[in-house]
Design a protein around this ligand. Structure first.
Ligand code: 48F
Length: 260
């Protein structure tokens, strides 16, 4: 077997050209999802499946968000029906613990959810932090996000960011609701106050996150624990049903809105 090799500059050329091709279309999309945790991945899968041009910006160099930590680093998470259907749809194998109650490995959930999201056509871009939003008046609405390399943030360099246009932005940043927090601080016209989450009360938190997930201000949606932050809902720990179901719900709401 003869191994095909490339000159160093040829490798660079491929990377630069292929990246540029992607980035040209990423600057103007239907849906930007901020965060590739469980809710963001699921939102990305269902948005892309509906034919929406979808990009997920993830600050870290990996997907999964809080899935990998399981419950206190124990490598299992719990889901309940009907969220198991989303995981089955992504090819996950679940162990039924009792009627409608399932457990699975964190690694399997992360890997298969991400595979399903990518296969559906969503782009996941690692190492990019959403540091601000773009807005317009008349009518007042969010029209995109402002992005920066996470490495630039870490190095605390002063580097101007880039702007991305999106017909809908989904905050899937988890407990800190980072995008919504930015709006609450920087655009008082939206009159958005973020009280952040309440202490743990799993059954109530799961139900309310699912119920309240949706469009928070025009153009900006919340899914997963970002919803708990907006409405001061209880946290729920390592049970992921409402993370998955709220991701799917928000993708469907965005689709209904954008198809009009
Ligand atoms: O935290 P995370 O997993 O959010 P989630 O989808 O799920 C929460 C659960 O994991 C767990 C829980 C459930 O019972 O309580 O905590 O609501 O994923 C959020 C992702 O967003 C990324 C972050 O690195 C993580 O992967 N992220 C956060 N802020 C930004 C960001 C940002 N400004 N720009 C880009 N990515």
């Amino acid at each position: 077997m003869e191994l095909k090799t490339l000159e160093e500059h040829q490798i660079s050329q491929i990377i630069i050209e292929e990246t540029l091709e992607d980035w040209k279309s990423i600057t103007n999309v239907d849906v930007v999802i901020v965060g590739a945790g469980p809710s963001g991945l699921v939102a990305g899968k269902y948005a892309a499946e509906k034919g929406l041009k979808t990009v997920i910006f993830e600050r870290r160099l990996s997907f999964g968000g809080g899935i990998g930590g399981g419950g206190m680093l124990l490598h299992k998470v719990v889901v309940t029906s009907p969220a198991d259907e989303i995981l089955r749809d992504a090819g996950c194998r679940l162990k039924e613990i009792s009627n409608g109650v399932y457990a699975l490995d964190t690694a399997e959930m992360m890997a298969k959810l991400a595979t399903a999201t990518v296969d559906a056509g969503a782009k996941i871009i690692f190492g990019v932090t959403v540091e601000d939003v773009i807005f317009r008046t008349d009518p007042l609405r969010i029209t995109g996000v402002v992005i920066q390399w996470s490495a630039v943030h870490l190095a605390q360099l002063h580097v101007d960011p880039l702007g991305i246009k999106a017909r809908a932005v989904i905050d899937a940043t988890g407990h800190d609701a980072e995008v919504l927090t930015i709006v609450s601080k920087k655009i008082p016209e939206f009159n958005l106050k973020i009280p952040y989450e309440k202490s743990m009360y799993a059954p109530l938190g799961e139900n309310l996150v699912l119920e309240k997930a949706g469009e928070i201000i025009p153009g900006l949606y919340a899914t997963g624990m970002a919803v708990a932050a907006v409405y001061n809902l209880p946290r729920m720990g390592p049970i992921f049903s409402s993370m998955l179901l709220s991701g799917k719900k928000v993708a469907e709401l965005v689709y209904e809105k954008l198809k009009k």
